[in-house]
Design a protein around this ligand. Structure first.
Ligand code: ZN
Ligand code: FE
Length: 244
């Protein structure tokens, strides 16, 4: 069977979150990632044809899961999320571990364990697209706070994501890019790619437009957290960012 491509659309929700609408090209199978606010999520689904086949959850925080049961009831679709956090996620129809796969029509996502922000945080990678739904692990020009994990765990999680193909679209859980860019420039003031990206981000935000998804290859060139050579450096950066 021909592998089918997936496209991603950001759905702005709450104050600065993104849910994501993912569509498989062959027969329009549709998934939503982290549908925390049912109103705008349902509006986006209806605008895309009114079909929902799957709900993907990255982690248990309310700003990612809150609308799950409303959307599930409306569309009658299965919910998948981390087995490690099944006790604090909405009821899961498929409980996932590292290396498991999730089917969306003819497309397939690989589950990547990404602890650090929370213990049971996972990411979904669709190789044809290429789309990475990474919740609060990797942000554009930043990374998630270490709420339940340590720098070693976050470093290992980010390094797994760093090894994905450069063209991968990073579909993260928040619009934090502008403040992340200020910190990144503080860390790497002479990074010209970062300077250009920061200007582009300011322009997009001034126009009220999303700055995501970003390209993984750009993050590798511009994101100080992804560029940190070891866990100690990452931990020090994260501590500085927390007080920036
Ligand atoms: Zn979170
Ligand atoms: Fe969040």
């Amino acid at each position: 069977m021909q592998a089918m491509s997936v496209t991603a659309q950001a759905i702005p929700i709450l104050s600065d979150n993104y849910a994501w609408l993912l569509r498989e090209a062959a027969n329009g199978a549709t998934a939503v990632v982290d549908p925390a606010d049912p109103g705008p999520v349902q509006a986006a689904i209806e605008q895309a044809g009114g079909r929902l086949d799957l709900i993907l959850l990255t982690h248990h925080h309310e700003d990612h899961i809150a609308g799950t049961d409303v959307i599930r009831a409306r569309y009658g679709c299965p919910v998948v999320g981390a087995k490690a956090d099944a006790h604090r996620l909405p009821r899961l129809d498929q409980a996932l571990e590292e290396g498991d796969t999730v089917q969306l029509g003819s497309a397939e996502a690989r589950v990547i364990d990404t602890p650090g922000h929370t213990r049971g945080h996972i990411a979904f990678f669709f190789p044809y697209g290429a789309v990475l739904a990474c919740g609060d692990t990797l942000f554009s020009l930043g990374c998630g706070r270490l709420i339940e994990g340590n720098a070693e765990e976050m470093f290992a999680s980010l390094q797994k994501l760093a090894r994905l193909p450069g063209e991968t679209l990073v579909c993260c859980g928040h619009e934090y890019t502008e403040s992340n860019a200020r910190f990144a420039l503080h860390v790497e003031p002479d990074n010209e790619a970062l300077q250009r990206r920061a200007a582009e981000v300011r322009r997009l935000r001034a126009e009220g437009k999303p700055t995501v998804p970003s390209r993984l290859s750009d993050e590798l060139a511009e994101n100080p957290f992804l560029r940190a050579p070891d866990a100690a450096t990452l931990g020090a950066l994260r501590a500085r960012k927390d007080k920036f």
